[in-house]
Ligand binder design. Sequence first.
Ligand code: ADP
Ligand code: MG
Length: 740
Amino acid sequence: MLLQNVFLKINITMSKLRFDVVRDAFNKKPVKPTMPKGRPADYFAMNVFNREKMFKYLSSDIYAKLIDVIDNGASLDVSIADGVAEGMKRWAIENGATHYTHWFHPLTETTAEKHDAFVEHDGKGGVIEKFSGKLLVQQEPDASSFPNGGIRSTFEARGYSAWDPTSPAFLIGDTLCVPTIFISYTGEALDYKAPLLKAIRAVDKAATDVCHYFDKSVKKVNTYLGWEQEYFLVDEDMALARPDLQMTGRTLMGHDSAKNQQLDDHYFGSIPERVAAFMTDLEVEALKLGIPAKTCHNEVAPNQFELAPIYEECNLAVDHNMIIMSLMKVVARKHGFIVLLHEKPFKGVNGSGKHNNWSLGTDNGTLLMAPGKTDKENLRFITFVVNTLAAIYRHNGLLKASIMSATNAHRLGANEAPPAIISSFLGSQLSSVLDHMETTDDVVKILSKRELRLNIPQIPELLIDNTDRNRTSPFAFTGNRFEFRAVGSEANCASAMIALNAAMAEQLVIFKNEVDALIEGGATKENALVKVLRKYIKYSKPIRFDGNGYSDEWKAEAALRGLDCESSAPVVFDRYLDKASIEMFAKTEVMSETELKARNEIKWEMYTKKVQIEARVLGDLALNHIVPTAMKYQSSLLDNIIKMETVLGKEEGDRYSAENIATVKEIATHVSEIKRMVNAMVECRKVANRITIEREKAIAYHDTVAPMLEAIRVHVDKLELIVDNELWTLPKYRELLFIC
Ligand code: ADP
Ligand code: MG
């Protein structure tokens, strides 16, 4: 009797916990955003050591030298470092800074920082605030615990971070953050930024050379990136009651709610008040850090949202995306939310991506992937589009590898996201232009020395036509840029941008060599260009696909076309070590074979660890939350059945209890299946853990452990439908996704 009471009490507290949490979440009021004084233009970049501040805080000589480094890629004259550090420090301290940090992107998908105070002994028993050029330019974070793929063994854990002057320092709270690259003592990159800067440089050089066919005055080609960041918000208290969200960033269990996104009522719908307040705060903080936040809206799934700034130079845009992802987490907490950046936090509703809008543009303001007014401009436009197609066709497997991860794998290939096959959508107008060029012999007509006629269908200046957009394409042309849609919401954009820019740089060099050879052989420049373009239009045809990328027919067709259709994440990573990839990265000087191999070790290890953590969390939840809850309900049913028998007699009692008896059996089946499979999953892990080669271990996790997560979940989700709602401890989808 006593025991029964205790159980009853626990039941009430447990179930009350969920109901309290849900009710409290429902009743929460919006937190008032903190608005700075003035208008956005007044506080934009107030926390950034940008040109305006450089001009104010640096001597004119040092300012000029630094700008030359930033704008023209001049090499850094270390003698200016002391002056820059002094100016930076003065600005930072005036704005409340007490610490500084080198801020870098290790290979973990987040950023790293180690804060040091400005204070140093002054030799007279007191302290002074100091920040020297030496500290600005280079530091040695104790980096032994960052992933390095075996490049550095832990006993000689030296790696160093080095200042990236092309991305301005910024202030977060009391800390001056200096963007840096992170490399080993032997020079190998241990981060995303170092190879990104190299890829940007490679494509700059190759594209500038190709631009000279059209415009001799071009000095530099910039890479642009405009990312669109999707994310979910979940009430913080409800998220706290879900250990799976806490530990893995996604729900490992949870039955679909009756209503999810089928009414399409969330996309662009009115933004809930609490979320609107969060967005305002986030936007203000972003603007203060010089991030040109522009668009905020609801996304397709319930509680899913998007933030997009105006596009920027690629290296800066990548940094800004990394800052935004950390900023979101902080601002979300202020508003009582947890932000979910995972690509697939909820089964059955859309996952989150990070569209990477990518383009190239010259220093004199021409977007190279935008159609122009004249035939000459259009030939340039077609040149860059066709070379892009050739680059992504040649390296389609690698591009997929660049966006693949344990978390993004849940999204790719599902029925609402780009498939795990890279293809490119051009739209009917551009496709017909390329088709015409491919099949018509007299494309170029030179009317006079100055005038050229292209015998191709009219290219409208404005190709951005929303009706012609294809949301199922992983790499779509959208008027003046390509939109790489397969990038994961949690990922560092740099991974995709390194592969894409390096592949483009390689292709542009090949293209130019071929055109030059024809010109040397006596062809006119235009004829040479068109001839080589025709070759690459033909070559890249298999990558062009304007149809429905989600359909099964496309999967079959893509395989026939020879596109990479592999979907197992650890096997997809192999593409980095293909001969063609190694050569491409070597030629463009973006990454060496050693670096590629080391980075793949990290990718495999990360994959394994992520699945391993999920398996542990699911095992724990299943055995310690789900099974006991289900058995409690089962006991109450049994209790009822026995009481019915006692009161009504066995025959009549059992007749009335037939449904309950069936439910008792159903619960027993699910419970025993869960227990059996959790044990089997542990065994699979043990077997996989004995494998010492990272690639093989990751494959074992993919093939044997990951499928069990899904199989166990099926039974848990069934139980959620059966068990008394009052006993169920974990907030359900209908609560997590609909209350904010
Ligand atoms: P949609 O959701 O329709 O794809 P958005 O307007 O939300 O478009 O986002 C488009 C993103 O593309 C923005 O970040 C925008 O600044 C960026 N963008 C626009 N033009 C270019 C370009 N030429 N190069 C790179 N990014 C661009
Ligand atoms: Mg988009």
